[in-house]
Design a protein around this ligand. Structure first.
Ligand code: NAD
Length: 252
């Protein structure tokens, strides 16, 4: 006889936001999960712990997410975070909180769409063959931060692959530039951010070498595209204490 596992009790932070609404729907539709708390701005975070949540899912905004992660770790609650804005120094702070609570799981994923994770993996593979690479990320105009977390993560991964392959600076003769014309730079990689109505979340990684280019592109047309990854992370986090960055480690 197989042992029935109790449903995972999930609390959603940012539950009234675009992503939060979708996460609540997905959790409610999952047989092995129970939605026990929906928390949004102005609500008491303790609603989630009082309701017995085992895993929190955070899709709020970069200004408040660190407080949420700190609170969750303090309370001994696992947390899956999709909110963007994670710099290296923020990650280091989370590591220091987890040192005191090593049994807690924190997962931070800049992109929960499985296609986007594969886009980053393919970009890392291509990086060493192309002296030029630039990232163009395109999002809906309500997004408050730029560049996107996915673009920043892609830049970091591509840059690591370039360094490992001993590649030098990219060819670029620009001397005279109107501010912003060449985008911004993260880990030595140019990122261009486009905001336009009708878009959801899209990214191209454009590689170039003599006589050829390669474009790796991913499109999320609906927020539903992120849900299989979010549910995968909620299931996995119970057995993954400590910090996990990116969904890629779960896919392999
Ligand atoms: P949104 O503005 O629609 O939703 C954010 C919600 O958080 C709002 O309902 C807001 O009221 C709520 N909120 C604000 N402060 C709060 C607080 N202190 N406590 C609780 N709730 C609070 O934004 P969105 O489009 O749903 O995106 C949310 C975040 O997720 C953004 O940072 C976005 O970049 C990111 N995102 C990540 C992925 C991914 O795959 N990782 C995908 C899409 C969006």
């Amino acid at each position: 006889m197989t042992e029935e596992r109790e449903p995972i009790r999930v609390g959603v932070l940012g539950a009234r936001g675009r992503m939060g609404i979708e996460v609540c729907r997905a959790v409610e539709a999952a047989d092995d999960m129970e939605l026990v708390a929906m928390v949004d701005q102005g609500d008491w975070l303790f609603n989630a712990s009082d309701a017995g949540a085992q895993v929190l899912v955070d899709f709020t905004n970069p200004d408040v997410v660190m407080d949420h992660v700190h609170w969750a770790v303090d309370q001994g609650l696992n947390i899956v975070v999709g909110t963007s804005g994670f710099t290296e120094s923020r990650i280091e702070r989370i590591r220091s909180w987890l040192n005191l609570k090593p049994e807690v799981g924190v997962m931070i994923a800049p992109n929960f769409a499985i296609g986007a994770v594969l886009m980053m993996e393919f970009a890392a593979r291509a990086a060493r063959f192309f002296p030029s690479v630039e990232i163009i990320e395109m999002h809906h105009p309500s997004k408050v931060d730029a560049p996107s977390g996915t673009a920043m993560r892609t830049a970091a991964i591509v840059s690591q692959a370039r360094t490992a392959a001993g590649m030098g600076a990219m060819p670029d003769a620009t001397k005279d530039e109107m501010v912003g014309a060449r985008g911004t730079e993260a880990d030595g990689v140019r990122i261009h951010s486009v905001r336009a109505s009708g878009l959801v979340a899209h990214q191209e990684v454009l590689f170039g070498t003599a006589g050829e280019t390669l474009t790796i592109r991913h499109d999320s047309y609906e927020r539903a595209s992120f849900m299989p990854g979010v549910l995968m992370a909620v299931r996995a986090i119970l057995d993954r204490p400590g910090l996990t960055i990116g969904l890629d480690s779960l896919l392999s």
